[in-house]
Write a protein that binds this ligand. Structure first.
Ligand code: ADP
Ligand code: GLC
Length: 484
């Protein structure tokens, strides 16, 4: 049995902005089920304090660079026996709003201080400095919000081995030198083989430089980030880590209990392969919800996304507009929030084609499940996609993903080419070029096959037969921990 401290800035079902929360709420459970002593550590955001029962204080400690002492609270991750520790510093985390942004959508001004405080607490606990009589063998951190923790303990004797997972290299936690000084970070960390990145402080680099091993969330993304196009200037460092055998890609799993069309309580009608026809009842419900004509023969396309450039929202807007202008037999059911211009463009599309397009701007867990179940295809034309979870949920719900051939999308979707269909391995549709035309052609390709119900049904079944539960990936993480 290994002792693992798993640090994350968001954990489902306590607080979530994207897939990091899904992973942080399900991988620890899978590792726990394999007999590991794993504890999650996260900031005590107001939403978490409200969402957890029996929370109690187990330690108080003073962190370098911060005046007030902080508390470590303990509770249990809902529906599990995984212990969760919350770093309680009310002035940093107990406020209305999201984990990174104010209700206005702007980043919190003190994010550097908030996540430095969090990382300092993670570092202290991983060195057993809070009197809890528990020291992990492994400290597993994720993304820039936790990047400082491996850096802060790198030189200490008897430290745990450290793993740093990149969920998205596009967000790096970059701040000015003045902020570095204000945070009272050790001077020795400021150099180009440290936290410094072209004159700026990079919190992400804390993980990349100082962790014993870097992982990212799919094998293809692990290769992509070693290239100029996806590396954001860090490709040199990442290539070196790959050569040293210190960078690997481990595909995300999904929570098969939470995302299961056979038991999903959000659905109008549950279904499985044996009664796959019931899926169509969810299609009607979804059409009804969005006020779209309840037709079975129209290709209903789902989209659930953070509305940001990464997700190719502009490609979707352009391709869908062209197709609707030419009278294609498609509908779009869309749920998302993010950049104001994408939100606005989607609303405009809805206004132009009210019987073809349904749009909900916001965050809605229930509707996300209903779109996965009700749609025929799911759109993910991402520019890059470290792993992507929605295509995995789609596969399980028999909703064929239409994806760009990148990152985790490339690793998990098998294109409906003729030979793949003959070999009965096709599960969706893929395209290469990052253009609206390529997406449009691919939607047309899907539309053609949609007219051939036997082929379509076979693909749905093949998709639903895929197993992307955590079992295998959790094993791979365990092997990695052992090797360190
Ligand atoms: P990313 O982490 O880059 O946003 P993923 O595909 O890994 O992409 O994970 C996104 C997760 O967030 C999925 O669980 C998805 O269902 C959820 N999600 C995204 N936007 C919304 C929304 N507006 N409402 C509900 N769930 C959402
Ligand atoms: C990031 C990535 C997404 C991935 C998720 C969980 O948000 O954008 O591709 O699935 O992290 O690892």
């Amino acid at each position: 049995m290994r002792k693992i401290l798993f640090a994350s800035s968001e954990v489902h079902p306590l607080i979530k902005t994207g897939g990091l929360a899904d992973v942080s709420g399900s991988l620890p459970i899978a590792l726990r089920q394999q007999g590991q002593d794993i504890r999650i550590i996260m900031p005590a955001y107001r939403k978490c304090l409200e969402g957890l029962d029996s929370i109690h204080t187990i330690a108080t400690l003073k962190l370098d660079g911060f005046h007030l002492p902080i508390e470590i609270l303990q509770s249990t991750l809902p529906d599990s026996d995984v212990t969760i520790w919350l770093v309680h510093s009310p002035q940093h985390f107990d406020r209305e709003g999201g984990p990174y942004c104010a209700p206005s959508g702007e980043d919190w001004e003190d994010n550097a201080a908030r996540f430095t405080l969090f990382s300092r607490a993670v570092a202290a606990l991983s060195m057993n400095q809070a009197g809890l009589d528990w020291q992990p063998d492994i400290l597993h951190c994720s993304d820039w919000q936790t990047g400082l923790a491996p850096a802060l303990i790198a030189d200490l004797p008897n430290r745990p081995a450290t793993v740093f997972t990149i969920h998205n290299l596009a967000y790096q936690g970059l701040y000015s030198r003045a902020i570095f000084d204000a945070l009272d970070l050790p001077d020795k960390l400021w150099h180009s083989d440290g936290l410094e990145f072209y004159g700026l402080l990079s919190l992400m680099k804390g993980g990349l430089i100082y962790a014993d091993h870097i992982t990212t969330v799919s094998p293809t993304y692990a290769k992509e980030i070693c290239n100029y196009e996806f590396g954001y200037g860090l490709e040199g460092l990442l290539s070196l880590r790959a050569k040293q055998g210190r960078l690997s890609g481990i595909l995300n799993g999904i929570d098969n209990n939470e995302w299961d069309p056979e038991t999903d309580s959000y659905l109008t009608k549950t279904y499985a392969i044996k009664n796959i026809r019931n899926k169509s009842i969810n299609k009607s419900s979804l059409q009804q919800y969005f006020g779209l004509p309840e037709k079975a023969d129209v290709l209903l396309m789902g989209l659930i996304s953070r509305l940001v450039s990464q997700k190719g929202i502009d490609l979707t807007l352009d391709a869908v507009t062209t197709l609707l202008e030419s009278g294609a037999n498609i509908q779009l059911a869309c749920l998302g929030s993010g950049a104001a211009d994408y939100e606005q463009d989607l609303r405009i599309l809805r206004a132009r084609f009210p019987d073809k397009v349904g749009v909900d701007i916001g965050y809605n867990e229930k509707l996300a499940h209903q779109i996965e179940a009700g749609a025929d295809v799911f759109l993910m034309p991402s520019r890059f996609e470290p792993c992507g979870l929605n295509q995995l949920y789609s596969l399980r719900y028999g909703t064929l993903p239409i994806v760009r051939n990148t990152g985790g999308l490339a690793d998990t979707v098998v294109d409906a080419t003729e030979s793949n269909r003959k070999n009965e391995i096709a599960t969706g549709f893929k395209f290469n070029q990052t253009t609206a035309e390529a997406l449009e052609e691919t939607i047309v390709r899907a539309l053609d096959l949609f007219q051939r119900p036997r082929i379509w049904r076979k693909m749905m079944i093949t998709a639903m037969e895929q197993n992307y539960s955590w079992g295998q990936s959790a094993d791979t993480y365990l092997q990695l921990y052992e090797s360190l």
